[in-house]
Design a protein around this ligand. Structure first.
Ligand SMILES: NC(=O)c1ccc[n+]([C@@H]2O[C@H](COP(=O)([O-])OP(=O)(O)OC[C@H]3O[C@@H](n4cnc5c(N)ncnc54)[C@H](O)[C@@H]3O)[C@@H](O)[C@H]2O)c1
Length: 280
């Protein structure tokens, strides 16, 4: 840990999926700044059926370097959350190296294939969306649950979306997956409460794609809706009570709170980070 650093996660080991860029990178940096050590996962390759580039090995390593600069010990692993064996191996490496897992952040996600009404979605498109955005989180929870239960402590944070609370036109697969993730959050919270393992969801609104975070989901959502990104941002900002996009760091702050001992009685909750969008 570096001198003068915050210490809300000191001594804790945090596993983050989708950590190559965007919200995953911002969350990793925030956790490192709070004293955590990190295991960072990402698919690090493009996926057939996802119509945009995903995170790269170089981006994942860059996140790791930035976290080490903040004093964290970091293990990076290339793992597709659709691949049970890869997920199992990554979690096993985390336990072998650090001997414990204090928090899991299920952040990996895709926004597309989207952009069409329900009847036009193919079986493959539907399955892909649910496999990454919902089942991927379940696979990681399955792998950490035994360790966390034995420790009688742990915090799982699922990055859902306002799309887990309300519908969005032409995003049925994403909306269904994120609603499912909130259901999984509540059910898992009940399963593991007796073992003092907490499970919560964070629901961000539209997040700004930052240069330093290299995120690109907002751009891809606009593309799926066939509108220019600037127009999408302007429309969304107008309908958002706080009148600005969510920053990746806003989401990271909520994750740090839920991963830390500041929230020891918080479980099964759904925390919106949406500038009031779903308060309408
Ligand atoms: N950007 C937004 O406006 C927004 C809003 C609400 C919720 N979210 C959610 O926040 C999370 C992060 O989104 P982001 O904006 O940083 O997006 P992003 O596309 O910039 O980053 C997502 C990361 O997840 C990784 N990933 C994708 N599929 C994977 C897989 N199968 N296995 C492992 N890693 C995989 C990607 O490689 C990428 O590095 C997602 O779950 C997303 O649904 C985003």
């Amino acid at each position: 840990m570096l001198k003068g650093q915050q210490t809300r996660l000191a001594g804790k080991l945090v596993v983050i999926s989708g950590a190559a860029r965007g919200v995953g990178r911002a969350t990793a940096l925030a956790c490192a700044a709070e004293g955590a050590d990190l295991v960072l996962l990402d698919v690090c390759t493009d996926l057939p059926g996802v119509p945009y580039a995903l995170g790269t090995a170089g981006q994942l390593e860059h996140t790791g370097t930035l976290c080490r600069d903040r004093g964290a010990s970091v293990l990076t692993a290339e793992a597709d959350v659709r691949d049970s064996a890869a997920v199992r191996d990554a979690v096993a490496s985390a336990i072998e190296r650090y001997g414990r897992i204090d928090a899991l952040v299920n952040n990996a996600g895709i926004a597309a294939p989207s952009g069409k009404p329900v009847h036009a979605i193919t079986e493959d498109e539907w399955s892909l969306m649910l496999d990454v955005d919902l089942t991927g989180a379940w696979r990681l929870i399955r792998e950490v649950a035994t360790t966390m239960s034995a420790q009688r402590s742990g915090s799982i944070v699922n990055i859902a979306s306002t799309a887990g609370l309300v519908g969005y036109r032409h995003f049925a697969g994403y909306v269904a997956a994120k609603h499912g993730l909130i259901g999984l959050t509540k059910a898992a919270a009940l399963d593991y409460a007796p073992m003092r393992v907490r499970v919560n969801a964070v629901c961000p609104g539209n997040i700004r794609d930052t240069v330093e975070g290299e995120g690109r989901m907002l751009r891809e959502i606009a593309r799926a809706l066939d509108v220019p990104a600037d127009e999408h941002v302007a429309t969304f900002t107008q309908s958002q009570p706080m009148n600005r996009l969510v920053e990746p760091e806003d989401v990271a702050g909520a994750v740090v709170f839920l991963a830390s001992d500041d929230s020891t009685q918080v479980t099964g909750s759904v925390l919106t980070v949406d500038g009031g969008f779903t308060a309408h």
